[in-house]
Design a protein around this ligand. Structure first.
Ligand code: URA
Length: 207
C-alpha cells in the first residue's frame, strides 16, 4: 500500500466512523472493520458488511463465507492477497440475539446502503482499480445508486461487466453472487465458478 493511499484511506475511514456514529445512533455502538489488502490492486472486491468473525479478526471476509470466497478465487486462479477487499457497510449489522447479551446479524437498510455509497465511491477513487467486483445485492445496489442507474437484482446482473462502475471513469463494475448464497443454494456453484473464471480472464491484463 503506498503511503499516500494509506493515509487517504485512513482519513476516509475516520470520517466514515464519525458520520455513521452520528447518523445511526440507534444502532450504537458500532463495530467497524475497514478495507484490507493491496491498495494498489487493479481489482477491488466489495462485500455486504462484516460479521462476528470479521469483527473479531478486524478483517473483511474471514468467516465461513470468506473461506468459501477464498477457495473459489483460488480455483479460478485469482490470488486473494492480490485484491483489495472491503465492505459496503463497514460496521456489523447486528441486533440483539435470543439469549441476553448476544447479537445476531440483520439485513442492511436502504438508508445504510445510500449512506455508504458515497464513501465507497471515494474509496474506489483512492485505490483506482480497473475492476470493482460486487458480491450480492447490497454492494450492487450501492454501485447502481452511485452510478445513477436504476436498481436491478443480482440474478439478472451477475457476470455482466458494466462500464463506469460507481460512476468512476475507466472502472468496470463486475457483479457476482455473494458467497453466502452458495451455502443456501448449492445450485449456484457452477454459475459462480463460471463468473469467477471470466473475472480471472478479464483481470489477467491488469496483474
Ligand atoms: N464477511 C464480510 O466481510 N462481508 C460479507 O459480505 C460477508 C462476510
Amino acid at each position: 500500500m503506498t503511503n499516500l493511499k494509506k493515509s487517504e484511506l485512513e482519513k476516509l475511514y475516520k470520517e466514515y466512523e464519525k458520520k455513521s456514529d452520528e447518523t445511526f445512533k440507534e444502532t450504537m455502538p458500532h463495530e467497524f472493520v475497514w478495507g484490507y489488502g493491496d491498495a494498489s490492486s487493479k481489482v477491488v472486491l466489495i462485500g455486504e458488511a462484516p460479521g462476528r468473525d470479521e469483527v473479531k479478526q478486524g478483517r473483511p471476509f474471514v468467516g465461513k463465507a470468506g473461506q468459501m470466497l477464498t477457495a473459489f478465487l483460488t480455483d479460478a486462479g485469482i490470488p486473494r492477497d492480490e485484491l483489495f477487499i472491503t465492505n459496503t457497510i463497514k460496521f456489523r449489522l447486528s441486533k440483539p440475539g435470543a439469549k441476553e447479551g448476544t447479537l445476531k446479524n440483520r439485513p442492511a437498510t436502504k438508508k445504510e446502503i445510500i449512506f455508504s455509497c458515497g464513501f465507497l465511491k471515494r474509496e474506489i477513487e483512492i485505490i483506482k482499480p480497473r475492476i470493482v467486483v460486487t458480491t450480492g445485492n447490497v454492494p450492487l445496489k450501492a454501485a447502481l445508486i452511485c452510478s445513477g442507474l436504476s436498481e436491478t437484482e443480482i440474478g439478472t446482473m451477475h457476470g455482466k461487466p458494466v462500464n463506469k462502475g460507481f460512476g468512476v471513469d475507466d472502472t468496470i463494475l463486475y457483479p457476482i453472487y455473494h458467497p453466502a448464497s452458495l451455502i443456501y443454494n448449492r445450485g449456484l456453484e457452477e454459475v459462480y465458478k463460471y463468473d469467477l473464471f471470466e473475472l480471472s480472464k478479464m483481470s489477467e491484463k491488469f496483474f
